[in-house]
Design a protein. Structure first.
Length: 359
């Protein structure tokens, strides 16, 4: 499983000696898949001045005006009221009815801890619109790039309110010229009521590849849909489509990095939730190791040190522990990521924090 922000960080570690991004002669080959557009209608708010906002959630820059699903909703858009038949919706409905006569049923699914939740939602929402967390990413103790995690204004996915969770990693100019260039953007759209992912989109621009990825978790049918269009220097144009059955309340690989912030992370307690990725249904597990004060460029911050269990393939498979520092408060911002891999040590640490606007 490629785990959220860590998956993007891995892009910094690719070997090579390229000074520019790959050139795509015909940008149309990376246009979003028509099947995705028929299944999903995404509406995102206009970007505020000085921000990137949610434009990455629709079409690549070259085709955004023509291809944005929100611009011309297809006639075959998925119906808005089919959720009544799903396990997810049924569970929510049952819990709501129960409040009138009995104590609320335990939060589903059973493997997830329910402290601090009312049904599927947290009592205190950690995702504040406008939140921006910026990391400096270092490789062999050399600054390689920046990792930015944002909570953008709410979106609509097939008519339902969704968190707009953006991640952007970009190499610094020197690293790009001497080692490898990366400019990758991901948006995960998470259902506001059920806290489950609906869509993630990825826009990749690197030295050796350009990619557009779309993924839609259809909880009406309990299946994941994945579309990818890619151009590489080695193989040229490639296309990949996948569909597989998923389990209720599964996160996708990028929503998982935000979803872990919902939990209390008490000392010595193990936390778990489902993740569906690359045709597989997996379980993320993590445990609090300790609490400490982390010295950062923005000052000392009380932190919870979490050790997750992560499975990565290929050159980026960890050879040691991966540790994640979360702020020891209700927000659980990701403060630091540290991992030893086959080709060095990766450290990503906070250098800027904008808390956003409280809901």
């Amino acid at each position: 499983m490629k785990y959220g922000s860590f998956a993007l960080l891995a892009g910094l570690l690719l070997s090579g000696c390229s000074s520019t991004y790959i050139k795509v002669e015909n940008p149309d080959v990376l246009r979003p898949d028509k099947e995705f557009e028929r299944a999903v209608t995404i509406e995102v708010p206009d970007a505020e001045p000085g921000t990137e906002a949610a434009s990455v959630a629709t079409a690549p820059p070259e085709t955004k005006k023509e291809e944005s699903p929100s611009a011309k909703p297809p006639k075959t858009t998925a119906p808005k009221k089919t959720a009544k038949k799903t396990p997810v919706a049924t569970a929510a409905k049952t819990a709501t009815k129960g409040k009138k006569t009995t104590a609320p049923a335990r939060r589903e699914p059973d493997l997830e801890d329910d402290k601090g939740f009312q049904g599927r939602r947290t009592v205190k929402d950690p995702f504040w619109v406008g939140e921006t967390v910026v990391h400096d990413v270092s490789y062999f103790k050399v600054s390689a790039g920046s990792l930015t995690m944002r909570v953008d204004p709410f979106a609509q996915v097939n008519g339902k309110k969704a968190y707009n969770l953006a991640t952007h990693i970009k190499t610094y100019d020197t690293f790009s010229k001497l080692v490898y260039a990366v400019d990758d953007k991901v948006v995960a759209l998470m259902d506001f009521e059920q806290m489950i992912p609906r869509v993630f989109t990825m826009h990749v621009k690197e030295s050796n590849q350009a990619r557009e990825v779309r993924s839609f978790f259809d909880f009406d049918k309990m299946e994941a849909n994945f579309w990818e269009k890619k151009v590489t220097k080695k193989n040229g144009v490639e296309e990949k489509k996948m569909k597989w059955e998923i389990l209720p309340y599964s996160q996708n690989v990028f929503s998982a990095a935000f979803y872990m912030r919902l939990f209390a992370w008490e000392d010595g307690k193990e936390y778990a939730f489902r993740v569906a990725d690359d045709g597989e249904n997996l379980v993320f597990k993590g445990k609090t190791l300790r609490r400490e004060v982390l010295d950062t460029e923005i000052g000392p911050i009380k932190a919870v040190v979490v050790k997750p269990e992560i499975t990565l393939k290929g050159n980026f498979k960890p050879i040691g522990d991966i540790l994640i520092w979360l702020s020891d408060d209700d927000r659980k911002h990701i403060l630091r990521i540290e991992s030893k891999i086959k080709i060095g040590t990766l450290v990503s640490e906070i250098v800027e924090l904008k808390p956003g606007k409280a809901p």
